[in-house]
Design a binder for this molecule. Structure first.
Ligand SMILES: *Cc1c(COP(=O)(O)O)cnc(C)c1O
Length: 371
């Protein structure tokens, strides 16, 4: 790596027809939420996931909100949510007037620990939110069985999992409904944006109406229900379609980065734990997360500070939601999530990294651990 260059933790890659398609929006003046790119992006994205319907939204959070509304989550309901996730997973539940009920995660995949869910179910539980954290699919067999036994919906938060697979099936078609994000740091991006996928046609038509302010599809300016403006713009969809046309390049690049990290960090295994990929999944590697083992004398934050001084931007693992002021549950303890959150670091993970960058990052990590 050149001296003085900073390596960012995330970066978008534009290797397709992004500029051409955006120019078309401007030249044709179709810049708002009508235009050919929206339907083209939706149709291609549905095919990409193997779902029957895809509905473009203006963020991953709005897609999650619509997914929950789509299965009928409302006031008084409870939804199982992992405590270790991005805050939007729980916020979307609160937007419905429902309550997120937190559950601890498994140490290896960092996803919902299926065994701990049964204890948290009540008469009010309506759904389980299966977050594919950092791109590793949640344990869908266990979650689906639990959901069948207790008559619950499974909602995938696939915001970090474009291209991930579980037993050969794509994220986005593993539960009743799923939500993706296209924020600037995600595997595919539209700047801001999201997508809901489902194979339930009734859910899809309800959600299309809710996305567009609740307007009656047969009667203009007639609003029989409370809806939202969660529409994606044609410009965002133009970028999204161009990204999706090159999806395999975006997905492959992250696997290559992962292989480089695995290679250059392999010797450090007594000191740091590398990401786990279960046998029956394909991890999307949205983020390559390492865990500092307990006997490493560095605090996580001091370790990150050392890397920062080498020009390497990193990120801490998410704060477990039960520790945030809005969701604080001081009486609850989720020891696995708390431990991962104290010792976990997201390393730079994006498609523009070179092998030289990863070798440099691994070299800096080695030096810090040697001190
Ligand atoms: C990014 C993300 C979201 C929200 O997506 P936005 O597009 O930022 O609204 C939801 N859940 C998870 C797990 C995410 O990483």
């Amino acid at each position: 790596m050149a001296q003085g260059k900073r390596i960012s933790v995330a970066a978008p890659m534009f290797c397709g027809k992004e500029v051409e398609y955006v120019q078309e929006c401007l030249q044709t003046t179709w810049i708002s939420s009508n235009g050919r790119f929206i339907s083209a992006f939706e149709e291609s994205f549905a095919t990409f996931c193997g779902a029957s319907h895809a509905i473009a939204c203006n963020s991953g959070t709005s897609a999650l909100h619509l997914a929950l509304l789509g299965v009928g989550i409302g006031p008084g309901d409870e939804v199982i949510v992992p405590t270790l996730t991005y805050v939007a997973s729980a916020n979307a539940v609160r937007y419905c007037g429902a309550t997120p009920v937190f559950v601890d995660c498994e140490p290896l995949t960092m996803n919902l620990n299926v065994e701990l869910i049964a204890d948290r179910l009540t008469r009010r539980t309506k759904a389980i939110m299966a977050v594919h954290l950092y791109g590793h699919p949640a344990e869908m067999d266990g979650l689906s069985k639990l959901a069948r036994d207790h008559n619950l919906y499974v909602i995938e938060d696939a915001a970090e999992a474009h291209g991930a697979r579980y037993r050969g099936r794509a994220a986005g078609a593993l539960g009743h409904v799923a939500a993706f994000s296209f924020f600037g740091n995600k595997i595919l991006t539209t700047g801001e944006g999201g997508m809901l996928t489902t194979s339930d046609p009734d859910l899809a038509s309800r959600v299309r109406i809710l996305r567009g302010q609740g307007v009656d599809p047969e009667r203009r300016y007639w609003f029989p229900i409370l809806g939202y403006n969660y529409r994606m713009t044609n410009i965002a969809a133009a970028i999204g379609l161009a990204q999706l046309e090159r999806a395999q390049d975006h997905i492959r690049a992250r696997h290559v980065v992962r292989e480089w990290y695995d290679k250059y960090l392999a010797g450090l295994s007594p000191l740091i734990r590398l990401p786990h990929e279960a046998e029956h999944v394909r991890h999307a590697f949205w983020s390559y997360v390492i865990i500092l083992e307990d006997h490493v004398p560095w605090s996580r934050d001091a370790f990150m500070e050392q890397l920062d001084q080498c020009g390497i931007e990193t990120r801490p693992v998410f704060h477990p939601l039960h520790t945030l002021p809005f969701y604080r549950q001081p009486q609850e303890s989720f020891p696995v999530a708390e431990h991962l959150a104290q010792r976990g670091i997201s390393l730079p993970s994006h498609a523009l990294l070179t092998e030289e960058d990863v070798e440099y990052i691994a070299g800096c990590i080695t030096n810090v651990l040697d001190q």
